[in-house]
Design a protein around this ligand. Structure first.
Ligand code: FAD
Length: 423
């Protein structure tokens, strides 16, 4: 096949990968989009609202899903990973492994079916703070909007029950992995990020004290479809958190953890401080920071926050967190750098602003890419026909990530069209 007519492969169906797929398909190119999760959207699907506009993730994602659903040039493979890539740029042969959903899609299922089984699994979408049944819809906005079965946790009794309550054409528990091969001309890689493991920053108490949580958990707590129905409640006693501390650089810019800055955490904590203040008229938020990294219109957001009476920013490093075992409150010891003194302050909830780790740090794709010591792809080493984007290259926000995706789609199209760019 002439490479002009071969598809572009996009690996990773988060906002970056979706954007790249849409940009290429809407100007006439065919795209194969491979996502390892059961649905598209990536980490943004777990957010409550996104800065700077503070709109819900539905804004961007819903439109993108519609554009993908309506575009016959995009083929989506969820529950899928790329196992092997051979051949030169322009003529890549790709082997894709598809894991079984165990739900055939021939009949629609709903919660009334899931409610009849007992087997449960941690809800990954809620970061394990809740559970779902082993037959579950992974997200209310999931695309494809389809149930699946977690075969590993489904008990034999529940397997039998499913057989008796749904027609055999709806669920096939014997489904196996499938493999397909595609020939593609170019590959865009957008496998994104995961949060740094906060438990490794031992002195901050995550995993030891229930009321020390992380920034990604706050996104779920604040979401109406999250574990607390949108209220930021303390895990220890379910009380609404009224006095919340945000600890910046929890493991970031630290040679023992992540020496780099994740660039979004300052804005994320400012945004989440607003969630806290909006929740109750007497709630307060305090951010402890090394330096506040916001630029352009994000700096405006920061300066507007500084005018808020119930918001406080303290330039200081949190040295230690201790729990009052009776109340579950947390005592922070802070090296308060402006007056140059050690301060002690009490809060009822502490949020650790942990950084972003590229998924490629511990799970490498079968592609000839160069990585730095933290697992980010080294952008200075070009691999012909392969275009990494977004948080694979460095931590970034949605706007940066999607701009890079549009650029990558254009570069992939240039390769298909024979425009000599050297990439
Ligand atoms: C606490 C917090 C709050 C934030 N809030 C905001 C905000 O308000 N506004 C903002 O602009 N940004 C925000 N961000 C940043 C935002 O989350 C990222 O910019 C965004 O997720 C980047 O999208 P992505 O598609 O590059 O990566 P991801 O969202 O991580 O998507 C990557 C996708 O690739 C898939 N994948 C991974 N590996 C493979 C593989 N091997 N094969 C196939 N698929 C794979 C994943 O399952 C996932 O679907 C925040 C970040 C944090 C930490």
């Amino acid at each position: 096949m002439n490479s002009t007519f071969r598809p572009i492969l996009v690996i990773g169906g988060g906002i970056a990968g979706m954007t790249a797929a849409i940009e290429a398909a809407e100007v006439g190119y065919t795209v194969v989009l491979v996502e390892q999760a059961p649905f598209l959207g990536g980490r943004v699907m777990g957010s409550h609202r996104y800065f700077p506009k503070m709109c819900p993730p539905t804004c961007g994602i819903e439109i993108n899903i519609r554009r993908i659903r309506q575009n016959p040039r995009i083929t989506v493979h969820t529950l899928s990973t790329v196992e092997e890539v051979t051949g030169p740029a322009g003529d890549f042969r790709v082997r894709i492994r598809k894991r079984p959903r165990y739900v055939t899609g021939e009949l629609s299922l709903d919660e009334s079916v899931a409610a009849q089984i007992d087997s449960e699994r941690p809800d990954v979408g809620n970061l394990g703070m809740t559970t779902t049944k082993a037959l579950y819809l992974p997200h209310e906005m999931a695309y494809p909007h389809a149930y699946l079965v977690d075969r590993e946790v489904l008990s034999e009794a529940d397997a039998g029950k499913l057989h008796s309550i749904v027609p055999s054409s709806a669920i096939d528990l014997e489904m196996q992995d499938d493999e397909i091969e595609v020939e593609v001309a170019a590959i865009i890689v957008a496998t994104g990020w995961r949060p740094y493991d906060a438990a490794r920053v031992e002195h901050l108490g995550f995993g030891r004290y229930p009321n020390v949580i992380t920034n990604v958990m706050v996104e779920r707590l604040a979401s109406a479809n999250g574990p607390t129905g949108g209220e930021i409640r303390r895990p220890s006693d379910g009380e609404v958190a009224k006095n919340v501390a945000f600890v910046q650089c929890a493991g970031s810019r630290d040679p023992d953890h992540l020496p780099y800055c994740s660039t979004v955490c300052c804005m994320a904590s400012l945004k989440q401080s607003r969630y806290v203040m909006e929740a109750a008229p007497d709630s307060r938020a305090t951010i402890f920071y090394i330096d506040m990294r916001t630029i352009d219109r994000l700096a405006k957001y920061y300066h507007e926050m500084l005018d808020e009476e119930r918001f406080n920013c303290v330039r200081g490093k949190v040295i230690q967190i201790e729990e009052d075992p009776g109340s579950g409150d947390l005592l922070l010891q802070v090296d308060n750098t402006l007056p140059g003194e050690i301060a002690r302050t009490c809060f009822d909830l502490v949020v650790l602003a942990t950084g972003m780790v590229p998924n490629s740090a511990d799970s490498r794709l079968p592609l000839d890419l160069e990585y730095d010591e933290y697992g980010f792809v080294d952008p200075s080493v070009k691999t012909p026909g392969v275009f990494p984007v977004g948080c694979m290259l460095s931590p970034c926000d949605v706007s940066t990530s999607t701009k890079a995706s549009t650029a990558a789609a254009l570069k992939a199209i240039q390769r298909l069209s024979g425009v000599a760019t050297g990439e």
